[in-house]
Design a protein around this ligand. Structure first.
Ligand code: 5GP
Ligand code: MN
Length: 324
């Protein structure tokens, strides 16, 4: 970890921009706001930004309602990206930040990361980017405030599905313990994220369930625009369907295929321990984690399903379950 180099850039900077990935999740906004609060507590002027701002369901994270959606008229002497595996994932806000020509500290936990920063703080075994943020704050000797702890625990809880994924270690639990001791409300965070579904999600799933197929330990579902519109489902993703489908006893790998407004297809993949969907996502121009990955590809729904399902079947064939 290039802590020393990163810390020197922090010391030298007074105005800092922090960017995260497009379609931000709890770890994206949690890491963004955790770092924002911490750097503000040592006197830095910090601008957090992401395309579209903070999604409504994450605006309970203190201060996240004022995350900017662009950097118009903002300058800085340092940019930081959190939870993004490549430059494209940082969207238009990222483009604006890189255009400033200032040093970029890249902080992330995706094994598919393309190391696009001036300084790279990559820990591919960390279950959440928020854990790396906490390690960094320790290295910078910044003490935890209530608001920073609240945001960082949200990142850990959401990316670990409340401490359930295989990358969780005793260190994760120790960090969660520290964040709770600093005032982060575990139960509230859980109720507002992993235990809650977006409005319209069951209507969406009801119309999509007839498309579910299971073959050769791969389970998949197809979400076209008509299903989304008839369910009045406003969000972009699958509402967590890919995570539900991987719970099928027959499944080693799950996938959702989602038709986007601009005629592309968003892919979401999950795998049980012993199988790798990060490689499949990377080969399609996306990325992610060994057991949770995704990509956006060109083509019609039918063509993309025909092209990608065989890749998933191959990934299911070459792996073997860790727990049988
Ligand atoms: P989800 O299925 O929850 O949208 O995404 C699961 C994982 O895959 C996340 O870690 C996310 O960062 C990654 N991911 C999803 N879509 C993309 C994509 O289009 N590009 C990249 N690089 N990663 C993605
Ligand atoms: Mn993450």
């Amino acid at each position: 970890m290039q802590w020393t180099e990163a810390n020197a850039l922090i010391t030298a900077a007074s105005r800092i921009i922090i960017v995260t990935h497009i379609f931000p999740d709890g770890d994206a906004i949690g890491s963004l706001m955790g770092l924002t609060h911490a750097l503000r507590s040592i006197g830095k002027e910090v601008t957090p930004v992401v395309d579209g701002g903070t999604p409504d369901y994450l605006q309970f994270i203190p201060g996240s309602d004022v995350v900017r959606s662009d950097l118009n008229e903002i300058t800085a002497d340092l940019a930081i990206t959190v939870d993004a595996s490549d430059m494209g994932r940082t969207g238009e806000a990222g483009k604006q930040a890189f255009a400033l020509g200032v040093p970029v500290i890249m902080l992330d936990h995706h094994p598919t990361n393309l190391l696009f920063g001036t300084i790279n703080l990559l820990n591919p075994t960390a279950p959440a980017a928020a854990e790396i943020v906490l390690d960094w704050l320790d290295s910078l000797n910044i003490s935890l405030t209530h608001d920073a702890a609240f945001a960082l625990l949200t990142g850990i809880v959401t990316d670990t599905l409340c401490f359930r994924v295989s990358s969780v270690t005793s260190d994760t639990l120790e960090k969660a313990h520290r964040l709770m001791a600093a005032g982060a409300p575990l139960s509230e965070i859980t109720q507002r994220t992993v235990s809650r579904r977006a409005p319209g999600v069951f209507a969406l799933w009801a119309s999509v369930m007839p498309t579910v197929q299971i073959e050769e330990h791969v389970i998949w579902a197809v979400i076209d625009r008509a299903a989304r519109e008839s369910a009045h489902y406003k969000e972009d993703g699958d509402g967590g369907l890919v995570g539900l489908m991987i719970e099928a006893a027959e499944a080693y790998i799950s996938a959702t295929f989602r038709e986007t407004k601009d005629g592309k297809v968003d892919l979401g993949f999950r795998a049980i321990p012993g199988f790798n969907v990060a490689q499949v996502a990377l080969s399609l121009g996306g990325g992610g984690h060994i057991q949770a990955a995704g990509a956006t590809v060109e083509g019609s729904l039918a063509d993309v399903v025909a092209r990608v399902v065989p890749l998933l079947k191959e990934a299911a064939r070459v792996g073997s379950p860790v727990i049988v």
